[in-house]
Design a protein around this ligand. Sequence first.
Ligand SMILES: O=C(O)CCC(=O)C(=O)O
Length: 280
Amino acid sequence: MKPSIFKNKETQYLFDRDGYVVIDFISADEASAIGKKFYDLHSELPKGFYSAAFSSDDTFKQEIFDHTKKIFDSAMSKIFTDYKILGSTFLCKSPGEAGKVGVHQDWSVVDESKFYSATIWVPTIDTSEENGALRVLPGSHLFFDFLRSPNIPFCYHDNEQLLLDNMITVPMKSGQAFILNHAVIHASSPNKTDKERLVIAYGLIPKDAELVFFHRNSSGKIEEFSMPDDFFQRYYNVGERPLFGDLIKEFEYLSPFLSTTELAYLIQHEKQKRKEEMNA
Ligand SMILES: O=C(O)CCC(=O)C(=O)O
């Protein structure tokens, strides 16, 4: 049994079952007060899909974290328990096709046989399929336990459409939170409106979990690094060897690949399980 991060047992149950849960989190006014910091710090709107985490400027990123934390703190302590915060960023999806985020899972950054890692994703405006709401494949965090990192291919890299076709879109109100297990398969569509879709992302892990990071090196081996709790605040050269952290080990790893039939079986099996749970 993995440790709980939610005070409410039903919320923890849904998060464990589906790989995500949506809750009322902060007010729309609080969300736009955090969003104001984004506009103060970005005189020009970034193009396509943008994350402030890609910046190498630690002070800029710390300012975002400090500002968000002040507003999040009270909701965090009401909803969560026994957690560590990893940092905060902005995710801006500008109008246009380039803002599309393909099918993926987030990196493995804890020992997932014992823990999970999560993102609290809070839109500062209402989200819908039209402006790039999150899409998710419920229950897919339990499909496989392969390593995930920016330079390890996903085992479904040739079957993205199959996954996309089986995902659900989750429209949200500004200030609600989509709490996402990093292992769940998700994506988001392009923003077809003329207004940017701005989201606050806040990372967390159970308090006893330690951060790690996997990097495939030039000889094809995987390097496992032990990372400090501010890893997400500091790591910006995505896809490249991290410039900090302690190398723990190096090992051979053959990236697994699943056939369309294997993936279709996992999806159908999960759907059947859900149907049976609903009818029970
Ligand atoms: O904000 C989005 O549209 C996608 C975010 C996402 O996929 C992620 O943070 O992993």
